[in-house]
Design a protein around this ligand. Structure first.
Ligand SMILES: *Cc1c(COP(=O)(O)O)cnc(C)c1O
Length: 549
């Protein structure tokens, strides 16, 4: 016996021409003609939606059908470390390593990966997108900054990994409590990851321990819940430096997430300038080379272990979901004088950059979410190599990892030379400029402020949220943003490879309708700021103003 529905379930499909009886699956499956009809109509529907898809930074111009089809009857699984073979032989780790080397080169890391070279890169292809890359960065950063050491131990029964805690620092109770800084335009995955990992933000610590009088941005005013950002969406670096300095002076290790292409406004943090501002602070408060001391025996086995480590007391993560894959080609275009500007340096050329995350389905246009996480080998928590261990080191977040993602990445890079990607970057930048101009023209023609904005170099343009039918037709992504204390509903479009000037013209035509911009609910009301306070009793994950929903 199986359960029966308590009410009519899934009474409609999202696909025209597909009735509930066509797609509800039960004990007998479905007849072949029905299955064929569902696929046919669903694919037609997807093609139709893609033709007007403007709201998200996913490339929808994919060319994988022919190449990938033969792989779909294999289960490829890259479980474990990409640089160790493991026993799951149906894997694509050799292609994964080629892809990682490519990005290590593009991001100016030392490559190839070499376990014996602390300055070389390490990384892996994630099963999720940048959410997992960000999560891994924060996890690694938390353990690194809290002074944990990883080593393998074994007794007569088994072998286990031991996370050893440092000996408390006698003169500094905060020495192993990382404090997190991110801006109010940061993707909500960072906030969620911090909650999962129990990492405290500067705000939650400040609220518990330091009064408003200590707020370095404005003595006597409440501490901001997140690092302020500019109207264009960049992290306010002067404010960041002041906040970091306060906590560095209090003895805390510093964990910073910067954005290289924010989700909603497409803003690029000037990571190079951030490093210039922060390096003297790290120097001044002894955060460049910290001595971490351990009790000399393993607490479990009583065996001797290493007794000290020299580590940095800061971690700087760059969330480059779209920008880390895109901007290197704008930099090449700039060097060749094909464009007049490119984004600031953000990669491993900067000695302070600890890790970078990137999504595979944004610039690359992978058919499913995937991404890349990359760091420096010296920053990994790793047990010393053990020749007896025959599997692949469990150094990644997931157990099973999608082996097809490496094939997709490799296929893309093999068929998209630097020249081709430079042309793509230049074309999309021009098209984003065109969209911006058309929307500004529309604003002038309508003689009303449609809040049309494009942050510098962004592939996105934002404007006043239009009526529901237009939002739906173009799959627009919408956010409520706070502009000078006033709540406004915005939509944005992303100029990705499948977008054409004709599509932008069609949108602008629709936005020219007299009823295109209805009055917004509570327009003009002043609303309180969204709070995000991981690590305290008051917990909330912001889902406003962050995009990609
Ligand atoms: C899209 C995005 C993410 C999340 O990436 P997923 O690939 O959706 O997990 C994180 N950060 C930024 C800046 C993004 O744009």
């Amino acid at each position: 016996m199986v359960t029966q529905p308590t009410q009519p379930a899934y009474s409609s499909s999202a696909v025209p021409g597909v009735a509930p009886a066509d797609f509800r699956v039960g004990a007998d499956g479905l007849p072949p003609e029905t299955i064929a009809r569902v696929h046919e109509r669903f694919l037609a529907h997807l093609s139709e939606k893609r033709a007007t898809f403007l709201g998200y930074q996913t490339d929808q111009e994919l060319e994988y059908k022919e190449v990938l089809k033969d792989y779909l009857n294999f289960h490829l699984n890259n479980v474990g470390d990409p640089f160790q073979p493991g026993n799951f032989t149906i894997n694509s780790k050799w292609l994964e390593r080629a892809v990682l080397d490519y990005y290590a080169a593009l991001w100016n890391a030392r490559w190839p990966h070499d376990d014996a070279d602390p300055e070389s890169y390490w990384g892996y292809i994630t099963s999720m997108g940048s959410t997992e890359g960000n999560m891994y960065a924060l996890w690694n950063a938390r353990d690194y900054l809290s002074g944990k050491a990883l080593h393998e131990d074994f007794d007569e029964y088994d072998q286990h990994l031991v996370y050893q805690l440092p000996r408390p620092a006698t003169n500094n109770p905060n020495a192993y409590t990382p404090v997190l800084f991110y801006s109010s335009d940061t993707h909500y995955s960072i906030v969620k990851d911090a909650l999962v990992l129990g990492i405290q933000t500067f705000h939650s610590i400040a609220r518990q321990k330091y009064g408003d009088a200590h707020n370095p941005l404005h003595s006597g005013r409440p501490w901001p819940s997140e690092v302020p950002s500019t109207e264009t969406g960049q992290t306010d670096l002067a404010a960041l430096a002041k906040l970091v300095e306060f906590f560095a002076a209090e003895g805390y290790p510093i964990l910073i997430c910067l954005n290289y292409g924010t989700t909603f406004k497409g803003a690029y943090d000037d990571v190079a300038r951030a490093c210039d501002l922060l390096a003297p602070i790290f120097e001044r408060y002894g955060l460049v080379n910290r001595q971490v001391r351990y009790d000399e025996t393993d607490p479990y086995s009583g065996r001797p272990v290493h007794d000290e480590d020299i580590r940095a007391g800061f971690w700087l993560h760059v969330d480059g979901a779209l920008g880390a894959a895109h901007m290197p080609f704008m930099e090449m275009a700039r060097a060749a004088d094909n464009v007049s500007a490119c984004g600031p340096v953000f990669d491993f050329r900067l000695p302070q950059v600890s890790s970078i995350s990137m999504s595979g389905h944004k610039w690359i246009g992978a058919p499913w979410p995937c991404g890349i996480y990359m760091t420096r080998t010296k920053l990994q928590l790793r047990a010393p190599a053990d020749p007896v261990y025959i599997g692949a080191r469990d150094s990644t977040f997931a157990g099973s990892r999608n082996g097809l993602s490496a094939v997709v990445f490799w296929q893309y890079l093999a068929t998209h030379s630097f020249d081709r990607q430079i042309r793509k970057a230049v074309t999309l930048a021009e098209l984003a400029g065109y969209a911006h101009e058309r929307l500004q023209q529309l604003q002038a023609d309508r003689a009303e402020d449609l809040w049309v904005e494009r942050s510098p170099l962004a592939l996105t343009v934002r404007f006043r949220r239009p009526s529901e039918d237009i939002v739906r037709k173009y799959s627009l992504s919408n956010e409520r943003l706070l502009v000078s204390g006033t709540e406004r509903e915005y939509s944005h479009i992303y100029i990705m490879e499948h977008v054409t000037a004709d599509l932008i013209d069609a949108l602008v035509r629709d936005l020219g309708r007299p009823d295109a911009f209805p009055r917004q609910r509570g327009e003009g009301a002043v609303v309180p700021r969204v709070r995000a306070v991981p690590g305290s009793e008051e917990i909330s994950v912001p889902y406003e103003g962050r995009g990609f929903r």
